[in-house]
Design a protein around this ligand. Structure first.
Ligand SMILES: Nc1ncnc2c1ncn2[C@@H]1O[C@H](COP(=O)(O)OP(=O)(O)OP(=O)(O)O)[C@@H](O)[C@H]1O
Length: 276
């Protein structure tokens, strides 16, 4: 059976003063070692799921488990969990707290109380891994958006999490920076980190993910691998999500007759396009 890292079981969460629940009985298991995508309309609860996954919020009903252990909300447990589950916010302003890039990356390690020498080693290693060495002394508010996003991910990865949560990481990035980011994620995944990415970019999902969750109104509606999931076109159209353009082009019913040549051509195109 597929091992899961984080499990939501019938989780409810309503923001103070809100009329409607943001999470409305959400049940979802994040499988270990996968590249997972989370899709759904604006306001369906993706960010709220992340905030509960990282234990910044607590379920009002239902439970969240990390590797079969129910989350606790005392300081010690939270410190440990936030090393294991790294959250990269959509807006780097929510993430970047220190004055320089180097200080920002060391912030989480300092909070853990690691010895100075160890902190220096880990920070230097991450600066190299993320191509940030030249920017180490740069004030974070002088960085471009692409650079800020890279620093936000480095901030989290320096803690060596087992699960990386990314909230719309490619939002506002140009093509080059999206490619660079996807190359970074490839390395992170290859090093053994499970990834869950919320995004509205279905083509990116199709080219990158190996498992997809579809949410609506605070619940999980569908999940599966890209090839199976996008066959559920009717449901996806009803949710106003549709299917990726690439999928539509390659698997539309109006395409020429099915056969081995067409299938080989599709596989070649998909292999060329894949981010992974
Ligand atoms: N701080 C808040 N106070 C009150 N309601 C909130 C708050 N944050 C989010 N909500 C509401 O909770 C619901 C879920 O919001 P959430 O941000 O989790 O959705 P999302 O799927 O991440 O949306 P998007 O794709 O636009 O980022 C929405 O109805 C939203 O209006």
């Amino acid at each position: 059976m597929q091992q899961s890292l984080l499990e939501f079981d019938r989780v409810h969460y309503t923001y103070p003063g809100a009329q409607q629940s943001a999470l409305n009985g959400l049940t979802l298991k994040i499988p270990a070692n996968k590249k997972c995508a989370l899709i759904g309309q604006n306001g369906c609860g993706k960010t709220t799921l992340f905030l509960l996954a990282n234990s910044l919020y607590k379920p009002q009903r239902g439970t969240v488990h990390w590797q079969a252990k129910q989350l606790q909300y005392d300081r010690q447990f939270l410190m440990k969990l936030r090393q294991l589950v790294g959250l990269v916010f959509q807006d780097p302003k929510q993430q970047l707290v220190a004055s320089t890039v180097e200080e920002d990356i060391s912030y989480g390690l300092c909070n853990l109380g690691l010895p100075t020498r160890k902190i220096q080693q880990r920070v230097e290693q991450v600066l190299v891994e993320f191509g940030l060495t030249e920017l180490a002394q740069r004030p974070v508010h002088h960085l471009s958006l692409g650079q800020k996003k890279r620093v936000s991910i480095a901030d989290v990865m320096v803690l060596r999490p087992e699960l990386l949560l990314l909230d719309e990481p490619t939002a506002y990035l140009d093509r080059l920076h999206t490619r660079n980011l996807m190359a970074t994620l490839k390395k992170i995944h290859a090093s053994g980190t499970t990834i869950l990415m919320a995004t509205h970019d279905l083509d990116l999902v199709y080219r990158w993910a190996d498992w997809i969750f579809v949410m609506d109104s605070g619940r999980l509606i569908l999940e599966g691998n890209p090839q199976d999931l996008f066959t559920q076109r009717e449901i996806l159209e009803e949710l106003q999500l549709g299917v990726p353009l690439i999928y539509d082009m390659l698997f539309s019913q109006e395409v020429v007759e099915e056969g081995p040549v067409l299938e080989r051509l599709r596989q070649r195109i998909l292999n060329l396009l894949r981010y992974s």
